[in-house]
Design a protein around this ligand. Structure first.
Ligand code: APR
Length: 243
């Protein structure tokens, strides 16, 4: 079966929202979450991705995110064809384009995406728990790091949305979803809300396309499903969308 083509009408009144998840970064060498017995890089998710885990063992959490940041700097980790295709599409497209990612890596940024909302936070940022101010991570970060805004030790935490916490940018995201003409969900398992229910927010006549390795619990809510490796199917759709 061939990959369907979509004519995105490069008009200023056409609106595209793309949601991405861990599957888009898998071919860049970053592990996904739900394919490894509930472990994230060998750790129980509740230990490294929950406020309770951080309170229990902050050193482990600081170490874990430091390792994730170091991984991003490895030579072998780079944006793949799917990240690049989205960035190129955004540059050429004359309508409104919003990219929402659940990923905390920086691969969309490095590929050149501009209108990007990282709804689960960013590995390369930290946040003061007293002031909510956000900083770029410089050097090491641990429980004794003194926060430059409040002067306290231990107030800086990874700027990551953990389980039980509210994702970021929801107002902007829901506004964009409710008026979009095309909604794409790429490389996400459809198991974590609210992202999994974004597809239910788009107008009834919007084109809804799921691109993933396999079907998900929300596949039936899309009117097109394209299944395969993101590095192949994303460029197949987006590279020719404007011609
Ligand atoms: N190409 C396309 N899809 C892929 C590829 C690939 N190369 N590799 C894996 N996938 C698909 C998997 O089949 C799966 O459906 O990507 C999806 C990845 O799912 P998850 O690992 O559950 O990641 P995601 O949906 O992004 O998780 C959402 O959950 O743990 C939290 O906050 C974390 O942002 C994360 C959120």
């Amino acid at each position: 079966m061939g990959v369907p083509q979509f004519n995105f009408k490069p008009l200023s009144d056409s609106k595209v929202v793309v949601l991405t998840g861990a599957g888009i970064s898998q071919e860049s060498g970053i592990k996904t979450f739900r394919d490894s017995n509930g472990l994230w890089e060998e750790h129980a998710i509740e230990d490294v991705a929950s406020p309770e885990g951080f309170a229990r063992n902050p050193d482990l959490v600081y170490r874990f995110y430091r390792a994730r940041r170091q991984q991003l700097q490895e030579d072998s980790i780079a944006p793949n064809q799917a990240h690049k295709a989205l960035a190129i599409f955004e540059r050429k497209f004359k309508g409104e384009f919003l990219l929402v990612t659940q990923n905390i890596d920086d691969l969309h940024l490095r590929a050149g995406s501009k209108n990007l909302l990282p709804m689960h936070g960013e590995l390369n940022q930290m946040r003061c728990q007293a002031s909510e101010e956000i900083f770029s991570v410089v050097g090491d970060l641990n429980a004794s790091t003194i926060c430059s805004c409040c002067g306290e030790r231990g107030n800086l935490r990874p700027h990551i949305v953990w389980f039980g916490e509210m994702p970021l940018y929801l107002t902007e995201i829901f506004q964009a979803l409710r008026k979009c003409d095309y909604f794409f969900s790429i490389g996400t398992s459809g198991q974590v809300h609210p992202a999994a229910s974004f597809v239910a927010e788009v107008p009834y006549d919007a084109v809804r396309i799921e691109l993933n390795m396999e079907q998900t619990p929300v596949s039936s809510m899309f009117n097109h499903g394209i299944y395969g490796r993101a590095g192949e199917i994303v460029p197949a759709i987006f590279d020719h969308a404007l011609v």
